[in-house]
Design a protein around this ligand. Structure first.
Ligand code: HEC
Length: 138
């Protein structure tokens, strides 16, 4: 019995340390200057993960998610003809570096009830680069 308890508590311990390690990776970027280093060319490659649901060209179709042309600097849930979730409509955020960084880390943590089912980009560098790419869509 004791032995079983030990095994259980050890695996619980392992789970906790695992969770905190991935949490560090999924942390929001706190250093504002980091966004100045964003590489839009690399970000375009990261955007392949988004393309299943989003178009990026001007006047592009809304798919599972809204077209993202001009999204940087705009208010959330503004694309005409797209049916947003109530949650995102109510969120009322302006998409800048900081808000996009939080959103792309884990959409459902930022806007509970969003229909963007994408899990998120854990690597800060990928988010920084994809945000640099989103900026070019103007
Ligand atoms: C599985 C489909 C899917 C993937 C993959 C996906 N998204 Fe989304 N995205 C959505 C949906 C659906 C919404 C609308 C959310 C809502 O209404 O709650 C959305 C909304 C957004 C918005 C807010 C748009 C607005 O008009 O306010 C941004 C920004 C965004 N996504 C960026 C991205 C980026 C960048 C990626 C890739 C890293 C990505 N998404 C990957 C489905 C997806």
């Amino acid at each position: 019995m004791k032995r079983i308890f030990l095994v259980v508590s050890l695996s619980a311990l392992a789970a906790v340390s695992f969770a905190s390690a991935s949490f560090a990776d999924g942390d929001a970027v706190k250093e504002k200057n980091a966004f100045a280093d964003g590489d839009a060319v690399k970000g375009k490659k990261v955007f392949k993960k988004c393309k299943a649901c989003h178009s990026a060209d001007e006047g592009g179709k809304n798919r599972v998610g809204p077209n993202l042309f001009g999204v940087f600097g705009s208010k959330s849930a503004q694309k005409a003809g797209y049916k947003y979730s109530k949650a995102l409509k109510a969120a009322d955020v302006t998409w800048d570096e900081a808000t996009l960084d939080t959103w792309l880390t884990k959409p459902r943590a930022m806007v509970k009830g969003t229909k963007m089912t994408f899990a998120g980009l854990k690597k800060p560098k990928q988010r920084i680069n994809v945000i640099a790419y989103l900026k070019t869509l103007q």
